[in-house]
Design a protein around this ligand. Structure first.
Ligand code: ZN
Ligand code: ZN
Length: 295
C-alpha cells in the first residue's frame, strides 16, 4: 500500500509567504491517495487534489478510481473543480459520499448536491455536467464495509461516524495480502471526547498508520490565551496520542494543520508530540504535502 499526502492543511489553503512560511508542511487542504491491490483510492478533494490531478495526467494513463469523501465542508471539496482527470473522457470515478441527515429539498446524494452546487454558474464557470469523465455517485452508511475487488488481493474500506458539526466519516483501509494485512486509517475532521471515541476506536484498532485531526494545541482548544475552539469539530495531538495508544496504532500522523500555524509552529508541535510518543512507543510525524508512506 502506498499512501501519498497531497494536502495536510485545515480549513483554508494557506500559501507560503516570506513572512509566514508554510512550504515545508504545505498549504493545500486535505487530499490523500492510496494505491493498493492494483487500485487507486482517493480520500477528500481539498485543494491538494489539484496537484494530484496534474500528477495523474503526467502518467498518461486512463484513470479509474474510488473517491471517498469524509464530508462536504468546503476545504474537503474545493479542489474538485480543478481536478483535471475529471475533464477527460475515458476516465471514471466512483464517488462515495456519507449519508447524513438531509436538508429539506435535497434529492439524491448529499455529495452530488454539494459538488453540483459548488459548480453552479453562480459559483464557478464550468458545470459538473461539463466534466467529461464518468462520475458514478454512491452513498455509504456509517459502520459499513465497502469491498473493492483487487487484482492480487482484496481491499476493504470500513466507515465510522466521527464527531464533527454536520457529520463526518472516518475510513479504515485494509489491504489483505498473502503476507499479511496493511491498515491505514483516515480520521479528520473530528473533535475528541472526554474519553477515547469508541467509534474511532472501532476503525483504528491495530492500524499501521492513523492520520488524525490535530488542528489545535491544548491552549488554543481551551482558549487559555485567546478564545476557545470547543465545538468547532477539531482535536489536538495529545488526544490523537490517547486514541493511538488505546487502539495500539504503530504510527500517528498529525494533520489538518491550522491556517494560523506556520512551518516553525508545526515543527514545534511535531517535536512535542514526538517526545511524548517516544515515551509510550508511538511514532509521530506531522503530515506534509508530498509525504509518501509505503506499507
Ligand atoms: Zn476540514
Ligand atoms: Zn469539516
Amino acid at each position: 500500500m502506498k499512501i501519498t499526502i497531497w494536502g495536510a492543511r485545515g480549513s483554508i489553503p494557506t500559501p507560503s509567504t516570506p513572512e509566514f512560511v508554510t512550504s515545508r508542511y504545505g498549504g493545500n487542504t486535505t487530499c490523500v491517495s492510496v494505491e493498493a491491490a492494483g487500485r487507486l483510492v482517493i480520500f477528500d478533494g481539498g485543494s491538494g487534489l489539484r496537484n494530484f490531478g496534474l500528477h495523474l495526467v503526467e502518467q498518461g494513463q486512463p484513470v479509474s478510481a474510488d473517491f471517498f469523501f469524509s464530508h462536504v465542508h468546503w476545504d474537503h471539496i474545493q479542489g474538485f473543480p480543478f481536478f483535471v482527470p475529471c475533464f477527460m473522457k475515458g476516465n471514471s470515478f466512483r464517488l462515495y459520499g456519507p449519508v447524513h441527515e438531509r436538508e429539506t429539498g435535497v434529492v439524491g446524494s448529499v455529495l452530488e448536491n454539494a459538488l453540483r452546487g459548488q459548480q453552479r454558474s453562480l459559483n464557478f464557470p464550468v458545470q459538473l455536467a461539463d466534466m467529461g469523465a464518468k462520475l458514478d455517485f454512491r452513498e455509504v452508511e456509517a459502520g459499513s464495509l465497502v469491498k473493492l475487488p483487487g487484482t492480487s488481493s482484496e481491499l476493504q474500506i470500513r466507515t465510522a461516524e466521527l464527531n464533527h458539526p454536520g457529520g463526518c466519516f472516518g475510513f479504515r483501509v485494509e489491504e489483505h495480502r498473502p503476507d499479511g494485512v496493511g491498515v491505514f486509517v483516515f480520521a479528520t475532521d473530528t473533535e475528541h471526547l472526554d474519553q477515547v471515541n469508541p467509534k474511532l476506536q472501532g476503525i483504528a484498532q491495530g492500524a499501521d498508520v492513523l492520520l488524525y485531526d490535530a488542528q489545535y494545541t491544548e491552549d488554543e482548544y481551551e482558549g487559555t490565551k485567546s478564545f476557545p475552539r470547543k465545538g468547532w469539530g477539531h482535536s489536538t495531538w495529545r488526544h490523537g496520542m490517547k486514541e493511538a495508544l488505546a487502539a495500539r496504532v504503530k504510527r500517528l500522523l498529525l494533520t489538518h494543520h491550522d491556517p494560523m500555524h506556520d512551518d516553525w509552529y508545526i515543527a514545534r508541535i511535531e517535536s512535542d508530540a514526538r517526545r511524548e510518543g517516544s515515551k509510550v512507543g508511538v511514532d509521530v510525524d506531522a503530515a506534509y504535502e508530498g509525504m509518501v508512506i509505503e506499507l
